[in-house]
Design a protein around this ligand. Structure first.
Ligand SMILES: [Zn+2]
Length: 87
């Protein structure tokens, strides 16, 4: 069982959380179309650490950023998600 250390609730079972997407695949309505397409369909998938958007739906319901290794699943950090301010 994978434990995720929520900054608000402490260590909790992964089943309490839901995965949304990687941070680099988030698109916004004001983003140029070519950038949105690149973010959705032309992303690389390298080995190593990645920043992922998760939600603690069965806990504090906060959106969180998990920095997680793609191969080992080791979680390096868990922080609150702060959405970018629209341009
Ligand atoms: Zn929580």
């Amino acid at each position: 069982m994978m434990l995720i250390h929520c900054p608000h609730c402490g260590p909790r079972a992964q089943i309490e959380f839901s995965y949304e997407r990687t941070l680099d695949s988030i698109v916004t309505l004001d983003m140029p179309a070519n950038e949105a397409v690149a973010r959705l369909y032309a992303r690389t998938n390298p080995r190593g650490l990645d920043d992922e958007l998760w939600r603690h739906g069965l806990g504090c319901r906060q959106w969180l950023v998990l920095r997680r290794h793609r191969q080992t699943h080791e979680i390096v950090s868990v922080t609150d998600y702060v959405p970018a301010v629209p341009r």
